[in-house]
Design a protein around this ligand. Sequence first.
Ligand SMILES: [Mg+2]
Length: 177
Amino acid sequence: MIIYLDMDGVIADFFKRFAELNDVAHWKTIKEKDKALRALGSTDYFNQLDTFYDDDVDVSAEIVNYVKKASIDNNIDWGICSSPLRGDHNNSSYWKRVWLQDRDFVPSIENMVFTSHKSKYAINGLTGRPNILVDDKISNIIEWKNKGGIGIRFQADQDDYKEYLFPALEDAIRNNK
Ligand SMILES: [Mg+2]
């Protein structure tokens, strides 16, 4: 089993920086979102993102450290499963990798996945058993589950990592070992 963490919305605060760059209080009020997204291409945007904070606590580091420890304690793997920016695959993946390295969030290289087709990783290639995906995007979770994986929908600025994410991960690991 591999526990995959999505980046944007789960450990990287994509939307806060996206709003800042477009001079709006909330990204949903950006007028031409597609154009604004395209403008991120060929830049180091993904290295400009903050981790999520709750007062002084780095929530993203708490999450990654929890998953690292859970993988050791349960003798399973963990990884990153993140979608690159459309039309900017190599460049955005590069800066995502730099961001992970700077924060000591890097999993083993084979489990660091940048793909637009996350659900290809829903089933473990070695064991035929489900992998876990933590992701904020509901369509990613639905596709992952449709392929037989275990999906946990989690959005760091909205859901409680201690009350909700950690117990959900504990259950998923215990029930599928
Ligand atoms: Mg996301």
